[in-house]
Design a protein around this ligand. Structure first.
Ligand SMILES: [Zn+2]
Length: 390
């Protein structure tokens, strides 16, 4: 013990100690408060905003987490001893202003300072999502956010199949699926979430089975019903993002109108023969408000004027590309990284192998999202095409 006391005294002569209150003040002025305790200790609480970097990984990961060696670091542990050793190690790595919090988390708590119970991914989730955890844009925090996220897919068809499959693989916690149709053999050319053996069964049940086999942690909420004015708001209100994967025009207008009214981001996509398009409609976005589907097409065409996939055909792989672009936009909206297709339409031409981006301006006089627009009631749209969800 003598040697240990001497060693501590030596460290204290180099590393200044601060009281918890002072550590909090330093943190509010930009210092990094580093909690070096192990995961099981932190599970009972840790100061808000603290960087949780267990002692075992401290030297390995500190430079990636705090590249600026002149930034003030305050290290903390449970009682204030381990943090002294940790601070000494970082000082030796070249960090110029490293301090240790006296009394550790015990004193922090006893002094009545604020803390939170941090959430962690389970070991099995860490393994499953390890490639996400390597991306700073996602990381553990983003993965936990995805776990809490709820995405609604309208249609478990050509677009909904790849989108639902990949969103489930990516770890979106809740997927809602709206589809009243059954699997038809002609669907299997592109609707990859269904199988030959499930021809004739409900698309929602079939998609649920594929998702559960892929990722049993995803909660699938099925709506084997036709979306209409009477149920749209109740269904939409439970979700963070809506993916429009229908080629039924009345439904597309209904989705648009409900998303605008409820302020939900609408990740819209459509496919036609060898072409596809994707955009994010979100007129109530706080910084970058967009237009809506009615800004482009104010009202539905007359019945019979718009052909559907079942009439004109679609290349089987095409909705795969477009549905996945849609699911990437959904992840960007959920996690806030990158630049979602707000106010822009991404247009894909498979024959030319080209992507083009077109600006989609908001139309001032839009009856749905315009400044003076007032929501009346959902229109009773007439059927303009026969096919349900492709
Ligand atoms: Zn509009």
């Amino acid at each position: 013990m003598k040697g240990m006391e001497r060693r501590l005294a030596e460290i204290k002569s180099v590393i200044p100690e601060v009281e918890p209150q002072e550590a909090l003040e330093l943190q509010s002025r930009g210092a990094v408060l580093i909690d070096v305790r192990e995961t099981d200790e932190i599970a009972n609480g840790s100061p808000k905003g603290a960087l949780r970097l267990g002692r075992g990984y401290l030297e390995l990961r500190i430079e990636e987490q705090v590249p600026d060696k002149d930034r003030t670091l305050v290290l903390m542990c449970a009682g204030g001893v381990r943090s002294l050793f940790a601070a000494d190690a970082l000082h030796k790595l070249g960090y110029s202003d490293v301090r240790s919090m006296a009394g550790g988390f015990n004193r922090w708590k006893n002094n009545g300072l604020d803390f939170e119970i941090p959430r962690f991914l389970s070991d099995s989730d860490k393994e499953r999502y390890s490639r996400h955890l390597l991306l700073p844009e996602v990381g553990e925090e983003g993965q936990l956010k995805l776990k809490d996220s709820k995405v609604l897919l309208i249609g478990a068809g050509g677009l909904g199949s790849p989108a639902a499959f990949y969103l489930a693989a990516a770890g979106v916690g809740t997927l809602g699926l709206v589809d009243h149709d059954v699997v038809d053999r002609s669907n299997l050319q592109r609707q990859i979430i269904h199988t030959e053996a499930r021809v004739g069964t409900s698309k929602v049940a079939s998609a649920r089975q594929s998702i559960e086999e892929l990722n049993p942690d995803v909660k699938v909420v099925g709506y084997e019903t036709r979306l209409d004015a009477s149920n749209v708001e109740e269904i939409f209100s439970a979700y963070d993002v809506i993916l429009d994967g229908t080629d039924n025009l009345p439904t597309r207008y209904l989705i648009n109108d409900a998303c605008v009214k409820l302020g939900k981001p609408n990740v819209h996509a459509a496919v036609y023969r060898f072409e596809g398009q994707v955009t994010v409609f979100w007129p109530s976005h706080p910084d970058r408000p967009t237009g809506c589907y009615r800004c482009m097409f104010p009202s539905p065409p007359p019945p019979g004027a718009a052909p559907s996939c079942s009439e004109i055909g679609v290349l089987g792989v095409l909705p795969g590309v477009v549905g996945l672009l849609q699911s990437i936009e959904a992840l960007k909206v959920l996690l806030g990284f990158g630049e979602p297709l707000l106010g822009q339409m991404l247009y894909y031409d498979a024959l030319r192998a080209s992507f083009d981006k077109l600006k989609l301006p908001k139309r001032a006089g839009c009856s749905c999202c315009g400044e003076s627009a007032e929501f009346q009631e959902y229109e009773e749209y007439s059927e303009v095409c026969a096919a349900p969800s492709k």
